[in-house]
Design a protein around this ligand. Structure first.
Ligand code: ASP
Length: 330
């Protein structure tokens, strides 16, 4: 029987009803006790790392998760992390960069309704997560509502439905049907597992709105080492008489700040070359472009890259080097 480490972090799945709303309180052992069928799938050890709403997750928690998996990597066949859904896609992306080429499954799951509720997605999600963790499904993934999504491609797209996550610009790895795993994509790491333990948290995101001034971008670039701009459509920057975004970016990139352009449209990604408002941007200001990567993945990738180097050529090379299928465009 496979031996799986279950790591609890909190979230709705582990929440109880309090006078001030749902709050995580159940331990991993208590969650496991609610789904006795898992004992027939594998042998499980439990580790409670945090008991928090995932709204309170920070990059420090991601590093603690990655370090725990690193310490226990040799002792288990796979890992199941129960986690709040709100920032699960960010954690999945971060773990995809902090733990690369894992041949063992590292599965995140959670639920939209607590395990103690009469109608809940908790039990099926947990069962599916353990089933995946015992199969040949390498690397970081989210298992939720019968879908298996690679860690760099997940996005929370529904705030209430059980179908909370979508796989953006990439197919599901697999689906679960009546306890069977139907695999769409088989992949296997070609190198040995590699762990990282540092992230640079000085990364900001700016969502453009029509008529925006440059002062917000100016402030974000002062405060951070990198800013990801979620632009419109395939991408571009506004220039009207009272706001020169090009000049603002040039001023900061000259001082070594990094700017990455992405899109606020959820599907199909950016292509700055298409329109006049975008096509000079890369050559004139030195920005990078996210193409088909999700914002969650870009945030985590940039934090991972900037913890390793300040050299722009290196940054650019690492940014455009695909990790765990985060980038298809080349
Ligand atoms: N607020 C909760 C969390 O992210 C939502 C959930 O788990 O579904 O921890």
């Amino acid at each position: 029987m496979k031996h799986i480490l279950m790591i609890g972090t909190g979230g709705t799945i582990a929440s109880g009803v309090t006078a001030e709303g749902l709050a995580p309180e159940l331990t991993t052992e208590q969650l496991l006790h609610e789904v006795p069928g898992i004992a027939k799938i594998c042998r499980v050890d439990c580790r409670q790392l945090f008991t928090i709403d995932s709204t309170n997750m920070t990059p420090k928690h991601w590093i603690k998760l990655a370090n725990t998996i690193r310490e226990e990597y040799a002792n288990y066949d796979g890992f199941v992390i129960t986690h709040g859904t709100d920032t699960m896609a960010y954690t999945a992306a971060a773990l995809s960069y902090l733990i690369q080429n894992s041949e063992k499954p590292i599965v995140l799951t959670g639920a939209q309704k607590p395990i103690g509720f009469e109608t809940t997605d908790s039990r099926v999600n947990m069962t599916d997560a353990f089933l995946c963790a015992t199969r040949n499904m390498p690397g970081v993934q989210i298992v939720f509502n019968g879908k298996v999504i690679i860690g760099t491609r997940a996005c929370k797209t529904h705030s209430k439905s059980f179908q909370a996550f979508s796989s953006i610009n990439f197919p599901y790895l697999a689906v679960m049907q009546d306890g069977r795993l139907l695999r769409y994509i088989s992949h296997a790491p070609t190198e040995f597992v590699r762990f990282y333990d540092r992230l640079n948290e000085r990364v900001g995101v700016l969502k453009l709105i029509p008529g925006m001034q440059t002062d917000v971008l100016d402030y974000l670039l002062e405060k951070n080492d990198a800013v990801i701009i979620e632009s419109f459509g395939v991408g571009g920057l506004p220039s009207y008489d009272y706001a020169d975004f090009y000049a603002c970016i040039r001023r900061h990139t000259a001082k070594g700040k990094l700017v990455i352009m992405t899109t606020q449209v959820s599907n199909e990604g950016s292509d700055l070359a298409v329109y006049h408002v975008g096509h000079r941007l890369k050559s004139e200001t030195g920005v990078l472009e996210a193409y088909d990567m999700t914002t969650e993945a870009v945030v985590a990738k940039v934090m991972w890259i900037l913890a390793q180097t300040k050299d722009f050529d290196q940054i650019r090379r690492l940014f455009y080097t695909p990790v765990a299928f985060d980038l298809l465009y080349n």
